[in-house]
Write a protein that binds this ligand. Structure first.
Ligand code: MN
Length: 138
C-alpha cells in the first residue's frame, strides 16, 4: 500500500507545449504497468486550457471548483460547473479548460495503453475557445 498524504507531493506546472495559459497539476496516481489507472487534479487559471488532444482509452473529468468549458470536435463549447461529470470516449478529439473570466479545477481519470494516456495536438484557436458556451441538455 502506498499512501500519499495531502500536500506531500508538489504540484507541477502544465507544460507550455500542451497548454495555453497557467495550469497546475497535482498527481493523484500513475499506476505501475500492467496497472492502467492514471489521475491528476488539474487547475486552470482564467483563460487557460489544454491543447486539442485524444485519450487512447478515454477520459473522465469531475469538475470540483470554479467554472470551465470543454468541446469535442464538431460540437459546441459546453460550460462546466462543479459537480458536472464528463466522459470523453477513446480517441474523441477534444479540449478542456477554464472560462475566460474564472478558474476551474477538475479531477481527471484515464487509463494507460502501452504507457500512453494522451496524444497531444495543436493549441485551441482563440475564436474557438471564446465561442459562447452552451449548458449541456443532459
Ligand atoms: Mn482530455
Amino acid at each position: 500500500m502506498d499512501i500519499h498524504r495531502k500536500g506531500s507531493r508538489a504540484p507541477v506546472p502544465g507544460q507550455e507545449q500542451w497548454f495555453t495559459g497557467t495550469v497546475r497539476m497535482e498527481p493523484v496516481i500513475g499506476a505501475e504497468p500492467p496497472g492502467r489507472p492514471g489521475s491528476a487534479i488539474v487547475t486552470f487559471q482564467p483563460g487557460a486550457r489544454t491543447n486539442w488532444h485524444t485519450h487512447p482509452l478515454g477520459q473522465l473529468l469531475m469538475i470540483t471548483e470554479g467554472r470551465g468549458r470543454a468541446q469535442s470536435e464538431g460540437g459546441p463549447v459546453i460550460e462546466l460547473l462543479p459537480g458536472d461529470v464528463v466522459w470523453f470516449p477513446a480517441e474523441e478529439r477534444h479540449w478542456h479548460g477554464a472560462a475566460p473570466d474564472a478558474s476551474m479545477t477538475h479531477i481527471a481519470v484515464h487509463a494507460a495503453l502501452d504507457g500512453r494516456t494522451v496524444d497531444w495536438e495543436g493549441p485551441v484557436a482563440e475564436k474557438d475557445y471564446l465561442a459562447e458556451p452552451e449548458r449541456s441538455a443532459s
